[in-house]
Write a protein that binds this ligand. Structure first.
Ligand code: ATP
Ligand code: MG
Length: 315
């Protein structure tokens, strides 16, 4: 296979363009060799059902890395049209089949090739994946139970996390998932993942099913918890506002087979969502990304028509 020539995508803004709170990064910028990388994709292609008549290539030649910043993980938002391979990328990092293993290329976590799931990575899905027959406390402490942490210790920690995510020990710890609202169930899912202190948190549209006010409250909660756990977060969302609010960095993917077309560095979320999300500079970034995604969804992906495959960061 020939090396792709990294270059900005025709629909992407030129490197260094300032768009409100965001700045377009140059895909050809040199890598910082000294810094360790928390996640790295090296020319990763995933073809489902490879070698069969129904083979389907979901992502092609995806290259990027996220550095391991000391005492502060980055918040990486992944945006793009439906079906472009966002969940595929997340599940490749998680090491979950059938996305794992990649068909070509390498997926590295903390410098090592991914061989399957691990306790260094925690995943939160859209559909509140709690165990129906377990109470809130039992759900939140499930991972600790698997690790063999004694009951007293794990329940104590579990109760702290019930409070951390804004639930009540007194009222909620003995409830079962069917007795909770969607927002409460997602708080349980977040607590269940964060209690294990993973280095990498993978979130696939975690707030997609919530109403707008609950969603903003959950965004603020996530920012405050994330500061505390210092993990690197990969966050897939269809909400551009959510990506700009939460993201230190946003990747915009193009339609199938998915590739990263634009990378934006974004100012950190240092004020509540309801305040930040009405500032003109915030809205300018949102409009820039929305225009790009609308053009991609309209099928004007010039690079894929031309068959080229730009990488975000050169090898
Ligand atoms: N197990 C699978 N077998 C075959 N094809 C699959 C499989 N999983 C995903 N695909 C296909 O790969 C493509 C990318 O899927 P993926 O779920 O990664 O997209 P996505 O960007 O997360 O989409 P959405 O925004 O709708 O969640 C889609 O066309 C999908 O149909
Ligand atoms: Mg998806």
């Amino acid at each position: 296979m020939t090396e792709p020539t990294p270059h900005p995508h025709p629909l992407a803004a030129p490197p260094d363009t300032q768009v409100g709170m965001g700045q377009v990064l140059d895909p050809t910028r040199p890598a910082e060799p000294a810094r360790p990388r928390v996640v790295e994709f090296r020319r990763v292609t995933k073809t489902y059902n490879a070698g069969r008549p129904n083979a389907f290539t979901a992502i092609r030649d995806v290259t990027f890395f996220v550095e391991d910043l000391p005492n502060k993980g980055e918040f990486v938002a992944i945006l793009g049209p439906s079906g472009c391979g966002k969940s595929t990328i997340l599940r490749l990092i998680a090491g979950l089949p059938p996305q794992h293993p990649a068909t070509e290329g390498e997926v590295l976590v903390l410098g090592r090739p991914v061989t399957g799931p691990g306790s260094d990575r925690g995943m939160v899905f859209q559909d509140y994946t709690s165990f129906d027959h377990r109470t809130v406390l039992e759900n939140i402490t499930f991972g600790l139970e698997c690790q063999g942490v004694p009951r007293r210790e794990r329940n104590e920690l579990g109760r702290q996390w019930i409070e951390h995510v804004g639930l009540s020990v007194k009222d909620d710890q003995d409830k079962y998932p069917h007795e909770l609202s969607g927002g409460m169930r997602q708080r349980v899912a977040i607590a269940r993942t964060l209690i294990l202190k993973p280095r990498i948190i993978l979130m696939d549209e975690p707030f997609g099913a919530l109403d707008p006010i609950t969603r903003m409250n959950m965004q603020d909660l996530l920012v405050s918890l994330w500061r505390e756990v210092q993990a690197t977060v990969f966050f897939v969302t269809h909400s551009i506002e959510e990506a700009v609010f939460l993201g230190d960095r946003a990747y915009v993917m193009g339609p199938c087979p998915g590739r990263i077309l634009e990378e934006l560095k974004i100012e950190p979320a240092d004020r509540p969502a309801r305040l930040m999300q009405r500032e003109p500079r915030f809205l300018e970034t949102v409009h820039h990304l929305r225009d790009l995604i609308v053009r991609l969804e309209a099928g004007s992906d010039l690079a894929s028509n031309a068959g080229s495959a730009p990488s975000v960061v050169p090898q």
